[in-house]
Design a protein around this ligand. Sequence first.
Ligand SMILES: *[C@@H]1O[C@H](CO)[C@@H](O)[C@H](O)[C@H]1NC(C)=O
Ligand SMILES: *[C@@H]1O[C@H](CO)[C@@H](O)[C@H](O)[C@H]1NC(C)=O
Ligand SMILES: *[C@@H]1O[C@H](CO)[C@@H](O)[C@H](O)[C@H]1NC(C)=O
Ligand SMILES: *[C@@H]1O[C@H](CO)[C@@H](O)[C@H](O)[C@H]1NC(C)=O
Ligand SMILES: *[C@@H]1O[C@H](CO)[C@@H](O)[C@H](O)[C@H]1NC(C)=O
Ligand SMILES: *[C@@H]1O[C@H](CO)[C@@H](O)[C@H](O)[C@H]1NC(C)=O
Ligand SMILES: *[C@@H]1O[C@H](CO)[C@@H](O)[C@H](O)[C@H]1NC(C)=O
Ligand SMILES: *[C@@H]1O[C@H](CO)[C@@H](O)[C@H](O)[C@H]1NC(C)=O
Ligand SMILES: *[C@@H]1O[C@H](CO)[C@@H](O)[C@H](O)[C@H]1NC(C)=O
Ligand SMILES: *[C@@H]1O[C@H](CO)[C@@H](O)[C@H](O)[C@H]1NC(C)=O
Ligand SMILES: *[C@@H]1O[C@H](CO)[C@@H](O)[C@H](O)[C@H]1NC(C)=O
Ligand SMILES: *[C@@H]1O[C@H](CO)[C@@H](O)[C@H](O)[C@H]1NC(C)=O
Length: 427
Amino acid sequence: MLSISSLLILVFLFTSLDIVLGGAPCDTGEISCTVESFAIYCNITTNNDAEKASSVISECSEYFFNSNRTSQQFYIQELDQQTINVSIDTRVVRLDLIVEGNNEIVFISDNPNVTSLMITTHGSLTVSKDFLSGFSNLQYVYLEFLTLDGFPVFYTQLIEISLDSLILPSVVTVTSAMLNQLILIKLTMIQTYVAQWFNLAENAFDNATYITDITLHGIQRYPSFLFANIVNLQNLSLIVDSLDTEFEDDAFIGLDELVILRISNSVNMDFLLEYTFSKLVTLIVASCNLTALDQEFFAGQKSLIEIYSSWNPFECGCDMAWLNFVSVNLSWTVDGTCSTPVDVDGNSITNSSNYIGCPLQSFECFNNTFICPSDSICVNTALSAFCNCTEAGYEFQNETNTCSGVNKLTSQGILFLVFVLMCLLLI
Ligand SMILES: *[C@@H]1O[C@H](CO)[C@@H](O)[C@H](O)[C@H]1NC(C)=O
Ligand SMILES: *[C@@H]1O[C@H](CO)[C@@H](O)[C@H](O)[C@H]1NC(C)=O
Ligand SMILES: *[C@@H]1O[C@H](CO)[C@@H](O)[C@H](O)[C@H]1NC(C)=O
Ligand SMILES: *[C@@H]1O[C@H](CO)[C@@H](O)[C@H](O)[C@H]1NC(C)=O
Ligand SMILES: *[C@@H]1O[C@H](CO)[C@@H](O)[C@H](O)[C@H]1NC(C)=O
Ligand SMILES: *[C@@H]1O[C@H](CO)[C@@H](O)[C@H](O)[C@H]1NC(C)=O
Ligand SMILES: *[C@@H]1O[C@H](CO)[C@@H](O)[C@H](O)[C@H]1NC(C)=O
Ligand SMILES: *[C@@H]1O[C@H](CO)[C@@H](O)[C@H](O)[C@H]1NC(C)=O
Ligand SMILES: *[C@@H]1O[C@H](CO)[C@@H](O)[C@H](O)[C@H]1NC(C)=O
Ligand SMILES: *[C@@H]1O[C@H](CO)[C@@H](O)[C@H](O)[C@H]1NC(C)=O
Ligand SMILES: *[C@@H]1O[C@H](CO)[C@@H](O)[C@H](O)[C@H]1NC(C)=O
Ligand SMILES: *[C@@H]1O[C@H](CO)[C@@H](O)[C@H](O)[C@H]1NC(C)=O
């Protein structure tokens, strides 16, 4: 991690360079423009010459405006240890900046028309955490690999936020105040620098109730009720690559609209087993070091029909035979291959040859194909299914497909007898 003093030295080393976007026509030379229907991609070689770079960028910018395009991408190469004062024409709607080398960017003008901003670097690009203050109508922001003096401050309500591997002065706990985005629909927070993994406060998403898509990577701790207020969340993608990642009880409560759940690199998925997601259709658990898929968990997911589970070292024992059942009889999409036993190594986990000799099984709780009476529920065990009466003292009668029991007969019988006796007495 960069210490404050080394940051200061870096800042001191930067020389200044002005980039004024808006000027003469796009020219040949150090600049190559690729023109597409809505955007112009300007690839600029600066030779670390500040003045030259500045004018070249202006030329490209002019060409861009004359052609009526509102999107522009600047790819700036051969620039190092510079402070880039970026002033862009107020007509720009979408701006992408890709900068090589170790530089600093300062936006020196307001950018009222920009709704979409993407900044990334192939080196180290420093911005202040307040650098978005002049973007008064920003809706989509994508920031990658930037070095900031704190978590970026968003001055407008955003629709999409994508933060990938930001270098911050310290480990950040993301709170609701930092993410107070009432209209946010899509959120991506990826942290690949292990020493800087994010924490999420329990209230982090309390106000972000419209989110439909979340991708998280490098979160240390998933607190209880984290997603409980995101009632529209449909697509949740978690990259979990440390055994130390902590999933608190109830962290996944409230995900009633979830349709796609993707978990990657997880080394322990037990935390998931206690949840049912009533609308979950697709579970993606590729490369999760799983040796089995727990039938009880999957039987509880009433809408699930797709399991993508390739690159797991599955042990295709009899407890995996249900995958053959759901694939053949319920037409689920299931991928994944067996690692053991050796004679089925490489077979699909749905292949019936893996499970020859396994005891006869019933998996009828899947999608309630086993019809239990309304006063009972279908219960799967590892190798079978049965109806369990919901009222204490009642027992399921396999022969008549009904719930009945001692309590039912005696309590109702006694009430009836008392009633008859009272009637008789009254007469
Ligand atoms: C860049 O902007 C800063 C302040 O916004 C200013 O101090 C500096 O002189 C500018 N650099 C140039 C070369 O104009
Ligand atoms: C930019 O142009 C240089 C040659 O001038 C080329 O090598 C490089 O691949 C281009 N980069 C992009 C992103 O187009
Ligand atoms: C830019 O758009 C305006 C209005 O849509 C049009 O009048 C003008 O001719 C266009 N300019 C170019 C260079 O296409
Ligand atoms: C935003 O862009 C439109 C269209 O190019 C332009 O008419 C308007 O003046 C711009 N707004 C500002 C504040 O520059
Ligand atoms: C949610 O947003 C409202 C309105 O902006 C604000 O008053 C409230 O404090 C926010 N709640 C949290 C937990 O941030
Ligand atoms: C779900 O999110 C992932 C990760 O962002 C994305 O790749 C995928 O396209 C999304 N799927 C749908 C159906 O939105
Ligand atoms: C995968 O799980 C096995 C135990 O089932 C463990 O020995 C191994 O270290 C795990 N691999 C990784 C990469 O975590
Ligand atoms: C569940 O069963 C119903 C009725 O047989 C069927 O219409 C539905 O498509 C099934 N759902 C799944 C996810 O298999
Ligand atoms: C599919 O269902 C039929 C009829 O219930 C049953 O005989 C068969 O064993 C099932 N197939 C598998 C692969 O479980
Ligand atoms: C199932 O496995 C057997 C041998 O283990 C193999 O011959 C067969 O082709 C496999 N079936 C499918 C559909 O892959
Ligand atoms: C069956 O239901 C009763 C409550 O009626 C419950 O106590 C018991 O744990 C259930 N058994 C199983 C195996 O689910
Ligand atoms: C019904 O069948 C199940 C599973 O075969 C068995 O465990 C249970 O004891 C049976 N119940 C009765 C009342 O016979």
